[in-house]
Write a protein that binds this ligand. Structure first.
Ligand SMILES: Cc1ncc(COP(=O)(O)OP(=O)(O)O)c(N)n1
Ligand SMILES: Cc1ncsc1CCOP(=O)(O)O
Ligand SMILES: [Mg+2]
Length: 212
């Protein structure tokens, strides 16, 4: 089962990206999505080439935002695709069954489509307004999530759903209570001065029901 905490990288430059990813790994993140928007292919490739061995060193999963071909070239663990990115079934045909393919959803119908097309997990959001992403889809809030998760249950659709968009520590318990599998976060980890403590607190809540 995938880790319940996915860190989505931030940074205006390759140096900032690498620094933020390294800090998140050092603090205990076990799953990184490299999200480096509006860059040349050369720059994203060069960054991915550095991030991959770093994630390997920290035994963390490494997936790429948007760029299926980069994920393939670099032999990343997978890719995250949005509603306007490459279609999930097309990506699956290229990457094969061993790679992780995540898909963005804003509605129950998006989830139905992604599951039919073979995605491994859903990034459902946005939960609330966030400055991390421009052009947000309609905000779902806890009630929107709850409605969608209930429809999934009724229709026997089983796929790990990650909440995304402005998630903070206090949101984790209510999200887990309604059936969310995990969270994908960027701002709270990037901006935290106490990353290790924050990640520990997030994991305690995310894994509270797991008996060891
Ligand atoms: C885990 C996760 N969920 C959703 C998204 C958003 O993807 P997308 O809608 O393609 O937006 P961009 O991130 O590409 O701006 C995500 N990246 N990760
Ligand atoms: C990539 C993305 N997609 C929907 S919201 C979002 C940003 C999540 O970042 P943050 O945790 O800082 O709100
Ligand atoms: Mg995208």
């Amino acid at each position: 089962m995938y880790n319940k905490l996915q860190y989505i990288s931030q940074g205006e430059t390759s140096k900032e990206q690498l620094y933020n990813i390294h800090q998140a790994l050092d603090a205990g993140c076990k799953w990184v999505q490299m999200r480096f928007k509006n860059q040349t292919t050369k720059k994203t490739f060069a960054l991915a080439e550095k991030v991959k061995p770093l994630c390997e060193e920290y035994l963390a999963n490494f997936i790429i935002n948007d760029d299926l071909h980069l994920a393939e070239q670099i032999a990343a663990d997978g890719v995250h695709l949005g509603l306007t990115d490459m279609k999930i079934d097309e990506a699956r045909a290229i990457l094969g069954s061993a790679k992780i393919i995540g898909g963005t959803a804003n509605t129950f119908e998006d989830i139905q489509n992604h599951v039919k097309n073979g995605c491994d997990y859903i990034g459902l959001g946005p939960f609330r307004f966030t400055v991390t992403k421009e052009k947000l889809s309609p905000i779902l809030g806890l009630s929107g999530y709850s409605e969608i998760l209930q429809k999934m249950k009724k229709n026997k659709i089983e796929v790990p759903v990650y909440a995304i968009g402005g998630i903070t520590l206090k949101d984790v318990n209510p999200l887990i209570d309604i059936g969310i599998h995990g969270i994908a976060v960027s701002g709270i980890i990037t901006e935290s001065d106490e990353k290790e403590k924050l990640i520990q607190q997030l994991n305690e809540k995310l894994y509270a029901d797991i008996i060891v």
